[in-house]
Ligand binder design. Structure first.
Ligand SMILES: Cc1ncc(COP(=O)(O)OP(=O)(O)O)c(N)n1
Ligand code: TZP
Ligand code: MG
Length: 206
């Protein structure tokens, strides 16, 4: 699980299409992220994307919505600082669900580790239009710093880099010691998103 694809709606593709193309290209970790969708629309899409993920044997994460994750028995949820606290989500979901937490600093990582997160989405690596109200950009140095401090504190948790990442960035980002990459725009802007997913996976060792 080195590549998490974050769904996005574009002029060309629906949320569902975006997930389908990433899966066709070999990605096996999908996050359904639908900001501003109604609860009905979100649940409808979540059920469709979940069924598709099951066909491909992929892990299915839903952004923000703990109760929906429980209701649909999705694989997990991703939570940031304006979402339900991870400790509370862990109480609701128990230990059989994956909980990811967003970090922009080492202190965020420490907090999520103590609360029982399973992985960290760390970013943004650089500016991106996919998300509003971005935290400060980390760049390569930001990842090196956070990962060093995690090592010193003996915090062992997979860290996934996110935010404005392109194919060209991936080798250097992986060299900082992160476990994987989460992305959206660079795949959806490609002429052929299925091929682009394959090309990106080629950079990420099994
Ligand atoms: C893998 C991953 N990392 C970070 C985020 C951002 O979550 P959050 O800070 O809650 O912002 P929104 O995505 O909810 O706008 C993420 N979704 N996934
Ligand atoms: C959800 C999220 N959180 C921080 S950046 C980001 C968006 C990632 O998408 P992209 O790869 O298009 O920048
Ligand atoms: Mg969120």
């Amino acid at each position: 699980m080195k590549l998490q694809f974050i769904t996005h709606f574009t002029d060309r593709y629906s949320y569902f299409d975006s997930a389908r193309m990433a899966l066709e290209g070999g990605c096996r970790w999908i996050q359904l992220r639908m900001k501003d969708a109604s609860p009905e629309e979100l649940e409808y899409e979540a059920r469709r994307v979940q069924a598709l993920c099951r066909e491909y044997g992929a892990t299915f994460i839903i952004d923000d919505h703990v109760e929906l994750v429980k209701k649909l028995e999705a694989d997990g949820v991703h939570l940031g600082k304006n979402d339900m606290p991870i400790a509370e989500a862990r109480k609701i979901l128990g230990n059989d669900f994956i909980i990811g937490g967003t970090a922009n600093t080492f202190e965020d990582v420490q907090m999520h580790y103590a609360a029982g997160a399973n992985y960290i989405g760390c970013g943004p690596f650089r500016f991106t239009t996919t998300k509003k109200n971005l935290s400060p950009v980390l760049g390569l140095e930001g990842y090196r710093n956070i990962l060093n401090r995690m090592k010193e504190a003996d915090i062992q948790l997979p860290v996934v880099a996110i935010g404005g990442i392109t194919y060209e960035d991936i080798p250097e980002i992986m060299q900082t010691g992160v476990s994987g990459i989460a992305l959206s725009g660079t795949i959806l802007r490609a002429d052929n998103p299925v091929e682009e997913t394959r090309r990106i996976l080629g950079l990420l060792p099994e």
